[in-house]
Structures are given as C-alpha cells and as structure tokens.
Design a protein around this ligand. Structure first.
Ligand code: GTP
Ligand code: MG
Length: 253
C-alpha cells in the first residue's frame, strides 16, 4: 500500500454452507438480536460489522451491543449464498478475504440423517477443507497472511427440530461421508497400483487430511494446524440457541 494512512481491514469470519441451513438467519440474529420472521435464498455475499469481546461481563452473548465493560473487537461477518449454482460466488468471496480468521460451516442437523442432504453437504465441506489445507501447505505461497491456518466451526443448526441428529452423529456422519468422497476422488490413483511412496506431490496435495489413511477424521486436519469443532445450536425455536457459536467466534478474531 502506497499510503500509510491506509484503511484498516477488520478480522473476517465467513459463514458458509449449503442452502437453507440458516446462515442468513444467524447473521440477522447476531446483528439485530432476534431472528428474522422470513428469509430469502441469498444470491449475493453480504457482510455486517459486529463486535465481540472475551473480557466483558456479557462476553458469552451476542446481545452485547450496549455493553461498555471490557474491550470489544470489531469484525466482519460475511454471509455467502449456499445454492449449488452460486458456489463460485461463495468461494470467490472466501478467496478474496485478506484477514480471514475463521470459517463457520453451517449444516442442517435435522436433515443430515438423510443421504440426500448428507452427500452434498459433505461434498461442499470437502472443498472448503481442501481449500484451507492447500492454503497452508502451498510452499510457493510466500504471502504469509494467506498461510495462517484458519479454524473451522461446523455449526450444527436446527437442533430445535425433533429430527435433529446429536452433534456426535453430525460429526461421525460427516467424517464417514468425507472418507467416501476422498476415496472416490482418488480412485484413479489407488486403482493404478502405484505405491503410496511413488505418487507425485501433486497427487498428495489433492488428498484431504492424512495421506494414505483409510478413514478421514477431522483430527487429521491438525497436521495442517486446522482445528475443526462441531457445536450444536439453533437460530429459531427452543434449544441451546446460538451463544456457543458466538463465543467460539469471539475467541478467534
Ligand atoms: P441460502 O441463503 O439459500 O444459502 O440459505 P441460508 O443458509 O441463508 O438459510 P436461511 O437463513 O435463509 O434459512 C432457511 C430457513 O431455515 C428459514 O425458513 C429459517 O427460518 C429456517 N431456520 C433457520 N434457522 C433455524 C433453526 O434453528 N431452526 C429451525 N427450525 N429453522 C431454522
Ligand atoms: Mg442466505
């Protein structure tokens, strides 16, 4: 930047995931303190400025707008469209972040028990995790900022609904599906009879998690210093609410 009185880029947190899972609802809840009565399918990315604190008396709550105790950090929460046809819009927005601090990947815990929901959800998550892994492992990337590992929160939403899976099952179902996707995407490699030691580094770079392992687990992302947490919650209805997610974000910006 040529001008030293340059603008400040706030820490950025990206809200991403399949369509209809509640991303825009959550953003509105954080921004206004209540959830919207109606939302529309998002077609664009949209960001709001929020303040979070780790030392104020209301640090665990997103309803801290008036709180003057402690210090607050301003950050940008960026909502992205989840529709399959708009995934490039979401990925492009993610790529454009200059101070990416965390990713909240939201899933519909009430739908995830169905293969029709699990498969596309895991496929999107796979792309996001591989994007983050490559960002860290890319040796040619000299831009330090882009090498900083970014933690991921899998926000298991809609636990107010009786069909909602407990978060332990959300986690294991996603891990099982990610394992399946990984082996199908690397099928050519495994079938060719080439030993693991012989594959070129390009193949290795396209492999999510621990290279050559049979089953994928989120723990494997720690090899790339990427922490993945799964936390249940809800934006509407009765349940644990969204405060755990807020606190997770507050600690990472
Ligand atoms: P796209 O913009 O298409 O990517 O979807 P989105 O992820 O932004 O979803 P949105 O916030 O528009 O919510 C979709 C629907 O889910 C709305 O009808 C919400 O009211 C509903 N919804 C959101 N959160 C919850 C929740 O915690 N529980 C229940 N039961 N419904 C929810
Ligand atoms: Mg939306």
């Amino acid at each position: 930047l040529s001008n030293s009185t340059s603008y400040i880029i706030h820490p950025q947190v990206v809200l991403i995931g399949p369509d209809g899972v509640g991303k825009t609802s959550l953003m509105t809840l954080f921004e206004r303190g209540d959830s919207p009565s109606q939302t529309h399918t998002s077609q664009k990315s949209h960001s709001v400025e929020l303040n979070a604190s780790t030392d104020s008396s209301s640090k665990y709550s997103y309803k801290n707008h008036e709180d003057t105790t402690g210090t607050h950090t301003k950050f940008l929460l960026i909502d992205t469209p989840g529709h399959g046809k708009l995934r490039n819009v979401a990925m492009e927005r993610l790529n454009r972040c200059e101070r990416l601090k965390a990713i909240v990947f939201m899933v519909d815990a009430a739908a995830l028990g169905e293969p029709e929901s699990l498969a596309p959800t895991a496929s999107y998550l796979y792309d996001i995790l591989l994007f983050l892994q490559k960002r860290v492992s890319d040796k040619s990337n000299n831009n330090k900022k882009n090498n900083t590992p970014v933690p991921v929160l899998i926000a298991a939403n809609k636990v107010d609904l009786f069909t909602a899976l407990p978060s332990t099952l959300v986690k294991t179902n996603l891990e099982a599906e990610l394992s399946r996707i990984r082996s199908s995407r690397s099928k050519g490699l495994l079938d060719s009879g080439v030993g693991i030691d012989d594959v070129d580094s390009e193949e290795q770079d396209a492999w999510l998690g621990e290279y050559g392992s049979e089953k994928f687990s989120f723990k494997q992302m720690q090899e790339f210093e990427i922490d993945v947490d799964v936390l249940p919650g809800n934006v509407t209805g009765d349940g644990p609410g969204a405060e755990k997610w807020w606190w997770w974000i507050a600690q990472r910006i």
